[in-house]
Write a protein that binds this ligand. Sequence first.
Ligand code: CA
Length: 494
Amino acid sequence: MQRRHATGRRVALAVAAAVAMGSMASGADKRPNILFMMSDDHAAHAISAYNGKLIQTPNLDRLAKEGMRFERVYCVNSICTPSRATILTGQYSHVNGVPVFNAIDPARVTVAKLLQNAGYYTAMIGKWHLGSDPAGFDHWEVYPGQGVYHDPVLYTKEGSKKYDGEYCTELEARLAIETLRARPKDKPFFMMLHRKAPHRPWNPSKRLDAIWRQKTIPEPDTLFDDYATRTDAIREQTQSIARHLTKTDVKDDPPEGLAGDALTRWKYQRYMQDYLACIQSIDETTGDVLKALEDEGILDDTVIIYTSDQGFFLGDHGMYDKRFMYEESLKMPFLVRWGKNIKPGSVNADICINCDFAPTFLELAGAPVPADMQGASMLPLLGGKAPPDWRTSMYYRYYHSPGDHNTARHYGVRTLTHKLIHFDGKGQWELYDLVNDPAELRNIYNDPAAQPTVKALKAELARLQKFYGDTEDLYADPKTWPKASSYVNPPPRR
Ligand code: CA
């Protein structure tokens, strides 16, 4: 097992600096624009570049076809607000002060502030969900809290505006395109376009609702997972398709007399019809944004990224939602197009984490990466070659317990071949062999043959906790969590 963590900084910085210096010589700022498009709860397996069984997403797939698809990008804490804080700060939750649904301190150093200081025009459109006004953006227009799907309100520096008759996904794209067109043309831009969809309760547009209600969605192999060999956590969760979807989620009463597995199947269909309809809207409007970049003549000068703040269970293991360190929830989709700088149709399988995004953006801009950022720039990976000391394991930590969906707090390590999870409040462990059991159905923690692996992974886990400065007791007691603040209801606007 490799022991070192890559920084990859020296190589990448040289590349970025060469770009910046070249542009200075020609008198124009040729640093690339960065368009970071992120949806909320969009599982990679609901993008056809990753899995063609559920939906076709031609516009998202275009980024993969003309750029790079990442196979192993993981979030370090699988819920909305912490993931967003990690992306902005390049730091784990215990370092950036956002382990649960608390507000980010607007005084914190973020990639937006650093890019703004480096001469980028910075903009943030859509779901912010960090409990304080966005800092470091020249222009921002964000939903209060989660936002709503229909007739949304958006806050700006100047006040608030209600968009009656509008659907969030279409509105976000339109505002992003307007912002792109109105941007100052003498500097590169950094835009975060954060989609509200497909977060629960999965309300599609009327047009796509009508289409998707006619469809039958294939069921995952693990819809009726019996949880044999697993610890208590997965049995005690309250995010199951069978028992925890509400009428608000499925929108209709089930047909009379439906019960047992048939009822679960009906709920799964209603859930997934709505979820995928929301995603089709994201895909279509991503096409509009790409076209706008083409019309502006800046498609190839822009690093275009599509990701999600975490993964999501699509009936996998009988669940919806996220939080657990299991693959469907841990994995983030990550597609990147950057003109001729990325080989079309390339695939990367190195282990990346959402702490890596901020250092990547900074190196693209030729700006220094602060020493307290905990990720490494992915720029060498975009060039097709990982530095020899690139990480071969990642550390995960979920704190929000007690919290929504009764997901027990846990932490763990994922390597290229195995995953060890410790539900520390319960003193229970799970170990998966991801090569022979990629669906994570057989917990082999107690198998005698697995004990050398258990020992090695516990050592790796301890190394990673030390490396990142985390300790088991940190935030274990909810009384020590940072205050939830006003994340649902920011201060009233004019
Ligand atoms: Ca989310």
